[in-house]
Design a protein around this ligand. Structure first.
Ligand SMILES: [Zn+2]
Length: 111
């Protein structure tokens, strides 16, 4: 039990470390940066450690590029839907980042 917990802690640390590396290299070598992200995803899957939302939200789901506004992504606001659209400049995939919980059901009443 104790050992399992420790391994997950180390894995979570590695994920953070690899993310930092990916952010640090994306400006000069996008391919290397993507490799860091791929490794990060492998660690997450292998050790069954979730990737924190703040990291997951800034990685392209399609090509594993770190999404930096103005550099690797263009950002626009879909305010009626409650999310930001991070469009990856490499693969053009649109990644949605919710800044409020999705509205499930509208109940009748004053808005
Ligand atoms: Zn992409």
């Amino acid at each position: 039990m104790e050992r399992g917990r420790l391994i997950k802690e180390i894995a979570a640390e590695r994920i953070q470390l690899l993310y930092n590396l990916a952010v640090g290299t994306v400006g000069r070598d996008a391919d290397l940066s993507s490799e860091y992200v791929k490794t990060l995803r492998r660690i997450s899957a292998h050790y069954k450690v979730g990737i924190p939302d703040r990291i997951k939200d800034t990685i392209c789901k399609e090509c594993n590029l770190v999404l930096v506004p103005g550099l690797t992504a263009s950002v626009r606001l879909a305010s009626s839907k409650g999310y930001l659209v991070y469009a990856c400049k490499r693969c053009k995939k649109e990644n949605h980042i919710f800044y409020k919980a999705p509205v499930k059901k509208r109940t009748a009443g004053k808005s």
